[in-house]
Design a protein around this ligand. Structure first.
Ligand code: NDP
Length: 298
């Protein structure tokens, strides 16, 4: 049976570390500030944003939420981001995705000042991560958090280990692969055009699934003893819980995979909690950089 990687408890440790650093920063007259912007009424986005704002308050941040109507124009959103860029009380700006179709999400992301881009999606931060300039980058929260879970088991140096990342999105797959590469793993990125995905996955000492397809990674795709990081969050019908009920499952068939894996993240309670914790960590990092003071490492 695999070790279950408890993302909730690692996330709680990260948040506790952030709180401690916030108290130290307060003594120097600095309070990290996070602005979360949501446009429209997507219910899932509203839950994510509420969680982010709540955790930011818990951390002792100056936490601001901007809730804009679905019909907000691109120009209005650009103007808000530019105001936040110029606001010295704000160190982190997060615009919740997806945005309504009439707004060019790419333009909005590139409008965020790179040193306040706590999602790590601006080209400057993408480029720094891709070139190994991680010390001065802001790293996307989900891969950053996944990496922390991997480090718990393997340490910071993954020399000699092979990693397979299934998924090549800009939000998860690509930054995840770059982080693994920077940690000296031998990395393969798989996607929908990959031939014989099961055989490729079976070569992985570290298998990261970021696909968005419920339980696509089966137990017999897992190399015995591998570390399995399941990023997927999929809502599927759960008639066993009652009519019309749903449950969350990952991209990995957990019950099958845990028999072979050395360690595995559950869904929920694995990578999910890490994402918000790393957003707090990134905001702290940004505030510390702006104030020119040292900070704790994550
Ligand atoms: P995207 O839809 O942007 O990317 C999915 C990737 O999976 C693509 O690269 C796609 O390949 C690949 N893919 C799709 N089908 C297959 C297949 N049959 N075989 C192999 N590869 C396939 O998703 P995201 O990266 O944004 O998210 C992935 C998952 O992670 C989702 O479940 C999402 O909900 C979850 N997520 C969880 C977060 C958390 O906090 N835990 C945060 C962000 C996302 P191709 O490029 O060829 O189309």
């Amino acid at each position: 049976m695999a070790e279950i990687i408890d993302g909730k408890s690692v996330a709680a440790e990260v948040v506790a570390g952030v709180k401690k650093s916030v108290a130290e920063l307060a003594a120097k007259g600095v309070q990290p500030g996070l602005a979360v912007v949501i446009v429209g009424e997507d219910p899932a986005s509203q839950v994510y944003v509420a969680n982010k704002s709540r955790t930011a308050k818990e951390c002792g941040f100056h936490s601001v939420q901007h809730t804009l109507a679905a019909e907000t124009s691109e120009a209005e959103l650009v103007a808000l981001v530019e105001r936040l860029n110029a606001d010295p009380a704000i160190h982190g700006i997060l615009v919740q995705l997806p945005l309504p179709a009439h707004i060019d999400a790419g333009r909005i992301i590139q409008t965020i000042a790179p040193d306040k881009d706590v999602d790590g999606f601006h080209f400057i931060n993408v480029g720094k991560l891709a070139t190994g300039e991680i010390e001065t980058a802001l790293v996307p929260c989900t891969p950053f958090g996944s990496m922390l879970l991997i480090e718990r088991r393997h340490g910071k140096d993954l020399s000699g280990l092979s990693a397979v990342v299934v998924g090549r999105s800009n939000i998860v797959g690509k930054p995840m692969a770059n982080l693994l590469l920077a940690a000296n793993a031998t990395v393969t990125i798989a996607h929908s055009r990959t031939k014989d995905l099961p055989a490729l996955c079976r070569t992985a000492d570290i298998l990261v699934a970021a696909v968005g397809r419920p339980e696509i990674v089966r137990g017999d795709w897992v190399k015995p003893g591998a570390t399995v990081i399941d990023v997927g969050i999929n809502r599927v019908p759960a008639p066993e819980k009652g009519e019309g009920r749903a449950k969350l499952v990952g991209d990995v068939a957990y019950a099958e995979a845990e028999r072979l894996a050395g360690a595995i993240t559950p869904v929920p309670g694995g990578v999910g909690p890490m994402t918000i914790a790393m957003l707090m960590a990134n905001t702290l990092v940004s505030a510390s950089r702006h104030a020119g003071v040292g900070r704790q490492a994550f």
